[in-house]
Design a protein around this ligand. Structure first.
Ligand SMILES: NC(=O)c1ccc[n+]([C@@H]2O[C@H](COP(=O)([O-])OP(=O)(O)OC[C@H]3O[C@@H](n4cnc5c(N)ncnc54)[C@H](OP(=O)(O)O)[C@@H]3O)[C@@H](O)[C@H]2O)c1
Length: 213
């Protein structure tokens, strides 16, 4: 499939490499086409990789991944234009983090979340919150002693979540669906539980797993 990844940071590159390893074509998007980070990634990633603006990558992708700075994500969508997302599966990996007091906090709390704002901003697309509760080194094929970890996902469209579950299986993950996109409120908070555990232990190779019987 064609995947547009909005974001040239660690997440954009980790997911881009993962999709390419699975045989997909990826265009990485940035504020400006031809940026150093994106060009370097394309050189490493090979002939299934391309780069362009956020708008170019959105138009390219049948699947669009949001891997943008949380506080910039809504502005990026507005710049791209909501219509360019119509009919697409949008995987929202962004977390609305506020670093103004030092340790990260959620910038959006209570009866709202970035995931919900993203879905409202692109009403013609199916947004699934995922990949936001783990660090980028474990996003693709995590090899952990306890077996495949669990990616918690949220979104309004069952078909989009079924497609996401297939993709996550290819990425090496089990999936737990926690319902509509309002579940992003809890997944964005889970990101901070993940970060706080890392700060406390000094390690970053951990992931959540849901156990059940
Ligand atoms: N790092 C992780 O392991 C991790 C794990 C889970 C979730 N997340 C979340 O995933 C997202 C991406 O994280 P990241 O660490 O890869 O990179 P990041 O530094 O948070 O974001 C990089 C991207 O954001 C864009 N950006 C930054 N400021 C902007 C602005 N003012 N206007 C428009 N675009 C702007 C950059 O555009 P340019 O390309 O033009 O520079 C770049 O593409 C974040 O929301 C983060 O919270 C991160």
């Amino acid at each position: 499939m064609k995947v547009g990844i909005l974001g040239t940071g660690d997440v954009g590159r980790a997911l881009g490499n993962g999709f390419i390893a699975l045989g997909h074509e990826v265009m990485m998007g940035s504020r400006t086409a031809g940026g150093e980070k994106a060009k370097a990634w394309v050189n490493e990633a090979g002939d299934k990789a391309g780069e362009g603006t956020f708008e170019d990558a959105t138009k390219f992708g049948e699947i669009v991944v949001l891997a943008t700075l949380g506080s910039a994500t809504e502005a990026v969508i507005a710049q791209v234009g909501a219509d360019n997302f119509n009919g697409k599966l949008v995987l929202d990996a962004a977390n609305p983090l506020d670093f103004s007091t030092g340790a990260p906090q959620l910038a959006i709390v209570g009866h709202d979340s970035l995931g919900e704002r993203v879905q409202k901003a692109v009403p013609g697309a199916h947004v699934v919150k995922c990949f936001n509760t783990v660090g980028n080194p474990l996003m693709f094929k995590p090899e952990l002693p306890g077996g495949p970890p669990t990616m918690f996902i949220a979104g309004n469209d069952d078909g989009a979540k079924a497609k996401t579950t297939e993709l996550l299986k290819d990425f090496g993950w089990e999936t737990a669906d926690i319902g509509g996109i309002d579940g992003s409120r809890y997944l964005e908070a889970m990101c901070l539980a993940w970060v706080r555990y890392g700060v406390k232990t000094g390690g970053w190779m951990h992931a959540f797993k849901l156990l059940k019987k």
